[in-house]
Design a protein around this ligand. Structure first.
Ligand code: HAM
Length: 431
């Protein structure tokens, strides 16, 4: 056995895993195109200070941070959003708004490795920068919905909340931002009682504690009912009421524009990242307990990094977890392209086979030329194992007649086709 294995929490992607991941990534790219997002590539290594600034304690404690040889404190990015906000505060500050920016790639968090949780993982990340309007929030929900559908995932729902509901009570009770963050972190990890004790410690009145308890209880599928109730209970907290109204607008717009997804509204929903200022959400499926993505509005981050006041809203989808969900739901990616094994018999057929393979590739069909000089049956066995959709066999007899044997690898049926027609026949097939 080899001396070396992958580092704990890191994975190799063997061909079928790599293909699966790239399929999910390709779907994200298609969604980006359909929703008008342009790609942006940022470095994996960033200044520690940038990444730590507003990520929250959970992520900060799990960062791959180190000093580089120049003595700079750097870290491997745990998310994309900080890098995007850095760009918005400097290089892109004068760009016309809104900007719709899309990225995919690997992220690093020193999480405890377990099902769906890795130390190197993949996200597709979408940010709409420059709009504070509910339409922008809805676009982010809509594109996530589109992405789930594109991959044919079933029974998913969005858990939706608004950080302004909880923060509004704390703010109106005079709790400072940093102290609010402590309470929000406790709520993110569902430590309700500890959160209430801490809030009391920060000077929240008994009336405030009661209001927080009401918020924790308020959840359900009927958004309009839940939000109406919350608004009634919190009427003395103007900041919370404004947050509820903003969320109502977002949900109403989704419903009115016919964007269909199941949702659970949770007024007491908090996410680990500290920079959120508005609507937050996570897509979930019943087969997996952890979220397939997460997003929300963050209107203060760019300003915090020295930029102008720039509202923004975005989402990151966990591509690894989406691939796991597809496995659990038995959703097989649909590869429409053909994959053809081109098998020459004897030396004389090689150049013709190679020519054919090149033509197939030009037409967009994947073609693999037999390069091991194996017998037809061995080459076919291999093509079957590699899930080729077709095989084209070129023997001396067929060549003489200007023909090739075209074999459907699924049905095992084969027939002679004129060499000139092979490419056309294969590229006409849809599956
Ligand atoms: P996040 O909730 O920290 O948000 O991560 C988003 C998604 O990344 C998670 O829902 C999950 O699917 C995936 N993910 C996170 N950690 C791991 C892990 N250790 N292993 C596998 N998958 C993981 C953000 O990253 C924000 N930047 C999202 C955002 C963009 N908000 C606004 N714009």
């Amino acid at each position: 056995m080899s001396k070396f294995q992958t580092v704990r929490g890191m994975r190799d992607f063997l061909p079928s895993d790599a293909e699966r991941l790239r399929h999910v990534e390709a779907a994200a790219k298609e969604v980006a195109r359909l929703y008008g997002f342009v790609e942006i590539i940022t470095p994996i290594v960033e200044h520690y200070e940038l990444l730590a600034a507003k990520s929250g304690e959970e992520i900060k404690a799990r960062m791959y941070a180190f000093n580089d040889l120049g003595g700079r404190k750097v870290a491997l990015r745990p998310e994309f959003t900080a890098s995007i906000a850095r760009l918005m505060a400097a290089t892109l500050r004068n760009e016309p708004k809104p900007l719709r920016l899309f990225s995919t790639g690997t992220l690093y968090r020193y999480d405890e490795p377990q099902f769906g949780r890795y130390r190197e993982f993949w996200q597709s990340n979408f940010e709409i920068v420059g709009s504070s309007r509910p339409e922008a929030d809805v676009e982010v929900l809509a594109l996530t919905n589109h992405f789930m559908r594109e991959l044919r995932l079933r029974n998913y729902w969005f858990k939706i909340g608004h950080v302004g509901i909880l923060r509004g009570v704390l703010f109106d009770e005079g709790v400072k931002d940093e102290e609010q963050n402590v309470v929000m972190q406790l709520l993110d990890t569902k430590r309700w009682d500890e959160a209430l004790r801490t809030a009391r410690g920060f000077g929240v009145s008994e009336k405030g504690v009661m209001a927080l308890k009401e918020i924790f209880k308020a959840k359900g599928k009927d958004a309009s009912k839940v939000l109406k109730q919350v608004k009634k209970n919190l009427k003395e907290y103007a900041s919370s009421v404004a947050a509820v109204e903003n969320l109502q607008q977002i949900i109403e717009l989704c419903i009115e524009s016919g964007i269909k997804f199941d949702m659970i509204i949770e007024a007491g929903f908090a996410r680990g990242l500290e920079y959120y200022t508005g609507m937050i959400f996570e897509p979930l499926v019943p087969e997996i307990e952890i979220s397939l993505g997460g997003g929300g509005r963050y209107d203060k981050l760019v300003e915090m990094f020295g930029g102008e006041s720039t509202p923004a809203v975005g989402v990151a989808h966990g591509l690894d977890r989406i691939a796991l969900a597809m496995d659990k739901q038995n959703v097989t990616p649909k590869f429409s392209k053909q994959f053809v094994a081109v098998i020459p018999i004897g030396e004389k057929a090689v150049s013709k086979a190679m020519e054919l393979a090149l033509q197939l590739r030009k037409k967009g069909a994947a073609a693999e030329l037999e390069v091991m000089g194996r017998s037809v049956s061995r080459a076919l066995q291999d093509a079957d194992r590699r899930r080729a959709t077709h095989a084209v066999i070129l023997g001396p007899k067929e060549l003489k007649e200007g023909k090739a044997m075209l074999r459907d690898m699924k049905s095992h049926q084969q027939h002679l086709v004129g060499i000139e027609d092979v490419v056309e026949v294969i590229s006409k097939k849809t599956d």
